[in-house]
Design a protein around this ligand. Structure first.
Ligand code: PLP
Length: 411
């Protein structure tokens, strides 16, 4: 639902002040609100935090040097990139040499999976049917090329990975002398179930498997201590925690050695060619720094809003079912099944007409509603209509109340 840029906002762009640019980008400002829509789709993307934009702006204007240039313009952007790397590494308890900046979570997932097959000798991949397409389509591609065989771990009814089944599959492959890649997401982006990276890491270590975890929904939302985990790769994406779109990282444990996914120049220590997205990298690090500094209060605030909405929904809308874990799951996501009725079939569209932005599953890149592979895998498409509400620190309980009022009318 694209809204035209209003003339006064165009004026703001030309004025090019931080404060006004923030309004254009949909972030909170002290001006009267420019937008009355309710945005409850923060698992798809988040608005850019004003402080992040502020940190990025010099690298969109005066500090434009190519970090590979040896003179002062280059040195100042090189310093910004390396400082960002150090910030990210410190927060994740990794070494700066283990952090590689990429263009997004999708690229990070592709890099990890490709490298595991090509450079680390993995010939079998164990994953789950409810991974993001950035993992599922990649492993399916390699399987169709006959580069690997694929195994899917059993899921419990609520969407959690069955760790006993994972161990049984790892044990079987290890007894056959087959090297495995296990790629399992930390939090499911549609239903918010959480994986124990610790437990899976220990299983992978026991059976000599490579372990990649797609942490796109959790980096910036939980403290992650990589020094304490047996994980070889994790992927993250800046736009999920109020950083810029088109930014990501891949953590590569220092004990493994891989080749680049993108070939060309020697950027990212020969690991990821292409002139660095300097302002994006600066924004990624600033967003992660802010998310970490305010983790306690922000997570408590969002958790409270999710729980309020869940309670209100249960008391006001008959017959609903909450997917994943209402308590203890990813605190930003509330996935709700509504009984499939004629009215419910049009719920997503009617919410949009009423200026309420939510998702029926994950954001679909093609824009086509092909249904959710996650809900299909959990056998929840026949009798239910699923809506994912996902929150950020910029949402409020009064927005929840407005959504509930609308839902009562629309259902
Ligand atoms: N993995 C998960 C779990 C996601 O939720 C997403 C985005 O929705 C991605 C990967 C892809 O990340 P990006 O948009 O940075 O490519």
């Amino acid at each position: 639902m694209k809204q035209p840029i209003q003339p006064e906002i165009e004026q703001n762009i030309s004025n090019n002040t931080l404060h006004k640019a923030s309004s254009v980008m949909g972030v909170i400002s002290n001006d009267k609100p420019v937008d009355t829509r309710i945005y409850f789709d923060n698992a798809a993307t988040t608005s850019l935090a004003p402080e992040v934009l502020e940190a990025m702006l010099p690298y969109l204007s005066t500090h434009f040097g190519n970090p590979s240039s040896i003179y002062s313009y280059g040195r100042e952007t090189r310093l910004a990139v390396e400082n960002a790397r150090k910030t990210v590494a410190k927060i994740l308890h990794a070494k700066p040499g283990e952090i590689f900046f990429t263009s997004c979570g999708t690229e990070s997932n592709n890099t990890a999976i490709t490298a595991s097959i090509r450079d680390l000798g993995c010939t079998h991949i164990i994953t789950s049917p409810i991974e993001h397409h950035a993992v599922l389509h990649t492993v399916e591609y390699y399987s169709m090329q006959n580069a690997v065989s694929l195994g899917f771990v059993k899921l419990k009814e609520d969407g959690h990975v069955d760790y006993n089944d994972l161990e049984a599959q790892l044990q079987q492959k290890s007894s056959e002398g087959v090297k495995c890649l296990v790629t399992l997401m930390h939090a499911n982006n549609e239903i918010g179930t959480l994986l124990s990276i610790k437990k899976v890491g220990e299983l992978c270590q026991k059976y000599g498997a490579i372990f990649h975890s797609d942490c796109v929904q959790t980096v910036g939302h939980y403290p992650i201590d990589l020094s304490n985990l047996h994980v070889h790769f994790i992927s993250a994406s800046g736009h999920k925690f109020h950083g810029p779109k088109g930014t990501g990282i891949l953590y590569v444990n220092e004990n493994i050695s891989i080749k680049p996914f993108i070939h060309g120049g020697g950027q990212e220590r020969n690991m990821r060619a292409g002139t660095e997205n300097v302002y994006g990298i600066v924004g990624f690090a600033k967003a992660l720094e802010m998310a970490t500094a305010h983790y306690e209060e922000d997570s408590a605030y969002i958790k409270d809003m999710k729980s309020y909405m869940a309670q209100q929904l249960k008391s006001n809308i008959p017959g609903i079912d909450i997917n994943g874990d209402e308590i203890g799951g990813l605190y930003t996501v509330l996935s709700v099944c509504f009984p499939k009725t004629e009215k419910a079939e049009f719920l997503l569209m009617n919410l949009d007409i009423n200026n309420i932005c939510v998702s029926g599953g994950s954001a679909c890149s093609s824009g086509a509603d092909i249904g959710s592979h996650v809900m299909k895998a959990l056998n929840k498409t026949d009798k239910w209509i699923t809506i994912r509400f996902s929150f950020s620190k910029y949402n409020t309980k009064s927005e929840v109340d407005r959504v509930l009022t609308k839902l009562k009318v629309l259902l």
